[in-house]
Design a protein around this ligand. Structure first.
Ligand SMILES: Nc1ncnc2c1ncn2[C@@H]1O[C@H](COP(=O)(O)OP(=O)(O)OP(=O)(O)O)[C@@H](O)[C@H]1O
Length: 713
């Protein structure tokens, strides 16, 4: 799935089939380079390859500078080391003469009086020996000096001072010595074999007596360090992936800079892991402009260019056979991400687009020019129209299945649509993308569907039933959903709908529970946690293929920085998409001024009701579990308190506006106030006061009350 990203935007190879299904052109993008530039890049590559053969610490410029500095300072530090070594030697000699070890042992066992005559005799003998030795050495040395030319004497003196300097060198942390203020742990040092093994041991990724095998030695290039390791036979690469944070700490890097991936396929095995450590935060780079911005058209059967990984590898998003759920807290790039596959759909004239914008702004308005059905906002009238639109779509799904079953085996070998079927207007089965932004605004609509039945089904429930039906049965008939929400909790999007959305993209969320709600149960334990993404990383999220229908891995998410696609570029793309539809005669529905909706046959309506009833019975137990998990974290704290623990600083005391705290954790103030009450946070005696210069009294809470509530839970 991930392929290297070229310097320029990836080639937007376009197949624009004619009505007969023949590709009419291919557009290949390339970059012209001069001979000098080409030679330069070859030289650069050769230097990089040569450097990668050096030991790890010599591949890092900073480490080389450090070592050069140390060597340059040696002459200055040498006399000090010799002096310290001399003190150590004299101290050792004195302890020998004084027979300190024997003396101390006798004293500690209260036998000093008995042993003293012997100790005194040894002391005397050693003192005499020293005197004789010094006199003989001095005399012998003098004669030797006189007889020799002095060179050998200087050599011997040099060796002696070297030995003294070695004894006197500073060792940080050795007993009796002060720890020195040094620089941070250098990455180049850590890349050297033994240190790397130590880091893996410290992170608990391997045992104390276990070792690593370097399959590919550490290699330093312009973007970061990379290597491939084999773990000891008892260890699994997937377990190491889940210890990413601990390993990042052991390697002294922020975890966003550390990428751990299992090496799969013939070149890999369950214990082989690829490690990459960026020189800097890879997601802080400016985003790449989406190739869709300039693509003349798109074939939605091909995965859509979605973004790139930390290492710059391209990531494509499959749209056919799967559905996509996008979740995040507000302002993290959810709408931008959702619009990428929708723009690709707009650029393919053989795709039918149904768009409902639950936010009701201008973000999706350009799609009105091409969309078969377009719903501008989430007011009740619009939600009711969405019900009718989805009923029309559900009826179409059922109709397609009965027609596919009748088709010739050559044309339809698998009871599924094929590219030929979806592009042939005679079959009337175009690929259909249903995109709903801020879906919670529809699903939470509590208006009764039928005013004559006040206790009957709600509009939100009905939308959920229809979407679940389409997500479940629609992919084989050419239907895909793209759903985005800033409230990815089990109450808003029930499990029965979420479970049908096989591709998940989680941008920044506040808790690991919210991350699991989007990515699926068990993903947190497997090391996938979108709450660890930084707020500064807009458009960055974890992408997971959970249904096995696409090339995306179901076991490991990939962190993707999405391509940037602004509204002006989307508007232009939609105009191109409209022109293509006009050419091919596929502009239909609302975009063509035909707003009349089809009817839902009673037998399909009964099928949907039946499915909804079965699904809600089966999932009621599971749903309860999910809701519980979202309310209370693993320490037993209600979610609101677990979130506050992360954002309230130790030094904060006194009153704070409820709205300010709600803002810190990205919650609606009203919901936040209710959650505080439910979590038993004591209200101050005057619940509304002026704080931080507010003109009007505002709802307040005391930091101390929050701490007390956390403690009591
Ligand atoms: N791929 C990206 N790279 C860099 N910045 C991005 C990217 N995608 C989005 N952003 C920035 O993030 C901001 C928020 O994006 P967006 O409107 O999609 O958020 P959202 O999650 O839909 O917010 P809301 O919930 O309020 O609708 C945008 O203004 C945009 O500048």
């Amino acid at each position: 799935m991930a392929q290297p990203l070229p310097d320029e935007a990836p080639s937007n190879l376009v197949h624009l089939p004619t009505a007969a299904g023949e590709p009419v052109r291919q557009v290949l993008d390339g970059e012209l380079v001069t001979e000098a530039e080409y030679q330069r890049t070859r030289v650069g590559r050769a230097v990089e390859a040569a450097r990668s053969c050096l030991p790890a610490r010599w591949q890092d410029n900073a480490a080389v500078v450090d070592m050069t500095r140390t060597v340059a300072a040696l002459p200055l530090r040498y006399p000090g080391a010799v002096a310290r070594g001399s003190v150590v030697a004299v101290r050792a000699w004195w302890q020998w003469v004084r027979v300190s070890d024997w003396y101390a042992a006798a004293k500690s066992t209260d036998t000093l009086a008995v042993r003293w005559p012997e100790i005194a005799a040894v002391r005397k003998r050693r003192a005499l020996l020293t005197l004789t030795g010094t006199a003989a050495g001095g005399l012998g040395g003098g004669v030797w000096w006189w007889l020799s030319d002095g060179v050998t004497v200087v050599a011997v003196a040099g060796v002696t001072t070297l030995a003294l300097a070695a004894v006197g060198q500073r060792r940080d942390g050795s007993p009796g010595r002060q720890a020195t203020l040094g620089g941070a742990r250098s990455l180049a040092m850590l890349m050297d074999g033994d240190n790397l093994v130590e880091a893996f041991r410290a992170a608990g990724a391997i045992g104390k007596a276990e070792r690593l095998l370097l399959v590919e030695r550490p290699r330093n290039d312009t973007s970061g360090w990379s290597m491939v390791l084999d773990l000891p036979p008892s260890r699994k690469a997937s377990d190491v992936v889940s210890k990413r944070e601990a390993l990042a700490s052991a390697l002294a890097v922020d975890e966003v800079r550390l990428i751990l991936e299992r090496v799969r396929g013939d070149a890999g095995h369950a214990g082989r892991i690829a490690v990459w450590i960026g020189h800097s935060d890879p997601y802080a780079r400016p985003p790449v402009v989406s190739p869709l911005a300039t693509a003349e058209g798109w074939d939605l059967w091909r995965p859509v260019p979605f973004g790139r990984t930390a290492r710059g590898d391209r990531v494509d998003l499959p749209v056919v056979w799967t559905s996509l759920l996008i979740g995040a807290i507000p302002r993290m790039g959810k709408t931008y991400a959702a619009r990428i596959p929708v723009t690709a759909a707009a650029l393919d004239p053989f795709v039918r687009l149904i768009v409902a914008d639950g936010k009701g702004g201008k973000d999706f308005r350009p799609f009105e020019r091409v969309a078969h059905r377009f719903i501008r906002d989430a007011r009740t009238a619009s939600a009711l129209r969405l019900v009718a639109v989805l009923e029309e779509a559900a009826a179409d799904v059922e109709d397609r299945f009965s027609r596919l079953a009748e088709m010739d085996d050559d044309l339809c070998p698998e009871s599924k649509v094929t590219p030929d079927i979806t592009r042939d207007p005679d079959h009337a089965m175009p690929l259909t993308v249903i995109a709903v932004d801020e879906i919670q605004n529809y699903l939470e609509n509590d208006t009764t569907l039928n005013p004559e039945e006040p206790r009957g089904k709600r509009v939100g429930q009905r939308i959920c039933d229809l979407l679940t039906f389409i997500a479940k049965t629609g992919p084989a008939a050419g239907y895909s959903l793209v759903l985005a929400t800033q409230k990815p909790d089990g109450k808003v999007i029930p499990d029965r709908l979420r479970g049908q959305l096989g591709t998940r993209f989680a941008l920044k969320v506040m808790t690991w529970q919210a991350s699991e709600t989007i990515l699926g149960a068990g993903t947190y334990k497997a090391g996938m946690d979108a709450s660890k993404l930084l707020k500064a990383h807009k458009g960055v999220g974890l992408l997971l293929g959970a249904d096995g229908e696409s090339d995306l891995s179901a076991g490991e998410s990939v962190t993707v920085a999405t391509d940037l696609l602004g509204i002006a570029q989307i508007r232009a793309a939609c105009e191109r998409g409209r022109a293509l539809r006009e050419q091919t005669g596929t502009l239909t529905g609302d975009a063509a001024g035909d707003t009349a909706l089809g009817e839902l046959p009673p037998e399909v309506a009964a099928l949907i009701e039946q499915d909804a009833a079965v699904a809600s019975t089966i999932s009621s137990d599971q749903a309860r579990d999910v809701v519980d998990a979202e309310l209370v974290d693993d320490t037993g704290l209600p979610e609101v308190l677990a979130l506050l623990v992360d954002v309230v600083e130790d030094h904060e005391r006194g009153l704070v506006a409820v709205s300010e705290l709600a803002d810190r954790i990205g919650w609606d103030p009203k919901r936040f106030g209710e959650a505080l009450r439910t979590a038993h946070v004591k209200r101050p005696t005057s619940p509304r006061q002026r704080v931080n210069g507010s003109v009007q009294p505002v709802a307040v809470v005391e930091f101390e009350a929050i701490r007390a509530a956390v403690a009591s839970w």
